[in-house]
Design a protein around this ligand. Structure first.
Ligand code: PLP
Length: 454
């Protein structure tokens, strides 16, 4: 029996609240789960259920819930200076200090940051910056940005256009012109079964880089400004590329003098066991978009880390860049982000993901690969995926009408675990402070949901 207070909130929610990425009609029938409070890696709902948050909110609550240090940083800053902007010739200490710290942690050639309020705004900024860069270089025709199918880069018009999610493109278009999409390095979904058994992951990774090269040639290298991708594609299905992929992509981009943009909104801040996913793969991106884990999701903040090549051109040759947001580098958000980075360093979070938690999750997660409906269990650092299949040997998927992924996700939730589904790919991305016994609990709850789905 659902309590009257929950019922009341559900009714108000249904009447007035349009949720992101939600079928409003289905929401009306089911009613929302009302999350009321949280601590550590657990959220609690209004009916008294405790749920292990295997998604760190939306890939962001990296230091976990209930961190008083972050709350204190926000309140202290709100008392001292709740708002001021960074337009023209003003700034404030939290924005400056945060910029300094980010540039210290980023790859050596990155020494500037442009703040935004979110990851979507960061990617909008990226699109304008890369096109502005080439215009300043006297090559305005170099304007096309190549992105990947099934990628998520945000919900603003530019973010949605850079993203490769066809259902998004189909709503409220048209997309921003001059954006192209190529195949993702999705070995399980597009390499292993659809191209013959004799193709190795390494060959598939190189083949995906060749697709990039062919597209550049077809478009004309003089027309292509940049390639944008996540080091590991998150919302598209935790797609961990074969090791051969990034070196081959890097070589192609260098050959045609095309900028690399790493969307680090999910991979940044320790998720892959390095400060940035680019460092895990040895990338030297010209630009990196950041958000989410930057503040552990406690307050909204994002940004673009800008490499010297682009920054120096924008600064030396560009004059005023007519671009910015009221909340670019908001003082309270910046203060929380700064404290978040301090805590991550003090608690050695990144190295623990790399040396301890990531390897432990990999070992326990791989056990789920033995399950009768799991075609592949993969993980890297603290991001992981399970591929649900009807037939393990052939990799044949369940009929779409069964919506096995959604069923499994709902069963997880009922049993006390947040796991996300993208089609029939189940994803986890837990807080980076998860403990070994909580990883055990997560795996046990996932196994139970798999048993019930099967
Ligand atoms: N880029 C990536 C890789 C993301 O996963 C997301 C959000 O999930 C975004 C950009 C957009 O970020 P935001 O929701 O903060 O606008």
């Amino acid at each position: 029996m659902i309590s009257p207070s929950t019922r009341e909130l559900q009714a108000l929610d249904r009447a007035h609240h349009l949720h992101p990425f939600t079928d409003f009609k289905a929401l009306g029938e089911e009613g929302s789960r009302i999350v009321t409070h949280a601590e550590g890696v657990y959220i609690h709902d209004s009916e008294g259920n405790r749920i292990l948050d295997g998604m760190a909110g939306l890939w962001c609550v990296n230091l976990g819930y209930g961190r008083d240090e972050l709350v204190d940083a926000a309140t202290a800053q709100l008392r001292e200076l709740p708002y001021y902007n960074n337009f023209f010739k003003t700034t404030h200490p939290p924005a400056v200090r945060l910029a300094e710290q980010l540039c210290r942690l980023a790859p050596a050639h990155i020494n500037r940051v442009f703040f935004t309020g979110s990851g979507s705004e960061a990617n909008d900024t990226v699109l304008r910056m890369v096109r502005r860069y080439w215009a300043l270089k006297g090559k305005p025709e170099k304007h096309i940005v190549i992105a990947r199918e099934n990628a998520y880069h945000g919900s603003t018009v530019a973010g949605m256009s850079l993203g490769g999610m066809a259902p998004m493109h189909g709503q409220g278009g048209p997309c921003v012109p001059g954006i192209e999409h190529i195949r993702q390095p999705y070995w399980f979904g597009e390499g292993r079964f659809s191209q013959g058994r004799d193709q190795s992951p390494a060959a598939f990774g190189r083949a995906c880089a060749q697709v990039l090269e062919q597209r550049i040639q077809a478009l004309g290298e003089d027309n292509v400004a940049a390639f944008i991708a996540e080091p590991v594609q998150g919302a598209g299905g935790a797609i961990i590329p074969p090791q051969s992929y990034w070196p081959a992509v890097k070589a192609v981009l260098a050959k045609y003098d095309i900028l690399l943009v790493a969307d680090e909104v999910i991979c940044g801040f320790g998720r892959l066991g390095e400060w940035f996913g680019s460092q895990y793969y040895g990338l030297e991106p010209d630009l990196m978009s950041i958000a989410k884990g930057l503040s552990s999701g406690y307050l909204p903040i994002g940004g673009v880390l800008v490499g010297d090549r682009v920054a120096e051109t924008l600064i030396d040759e560009g004059g005023e860049f007519f671009h910015g947001f009221t909340y670019s580098g908001h003082p309270a958000c910046a203060a929380v982000a700064l404290r978040n980075l301090e805590l991550m360093e003090a608690e050695n979070v990144v190295a623990r993901v790399r040396d301890e938690l990531g390897p432990y999750l990999a070992r326990r997660w791989a056990e789920l690969g033995e399950h009768s409906i799991v075609g592949e269990a993969r993980s890297l650092g603290l991001i992981g995926a399970l591929e649900l299949v009807a037939d393990k040997a052939s990799g044949e998927r369940f009929a779409r009408t069964l919506a096995a992924g959604n069923l499994c996700r709902d069963l997880c939730f009922q049993n006390g675990l947040v796991m996300r589904s993208v089609g029939d790919t189940m994803i986890i991305s837990p807080p980076l402070v998860i403990r070994h016994e909580q990883i055990d609990e997560l795996v046990a709850l996932a196994r139970r949901a798999l048993d019930e789905t099967a």
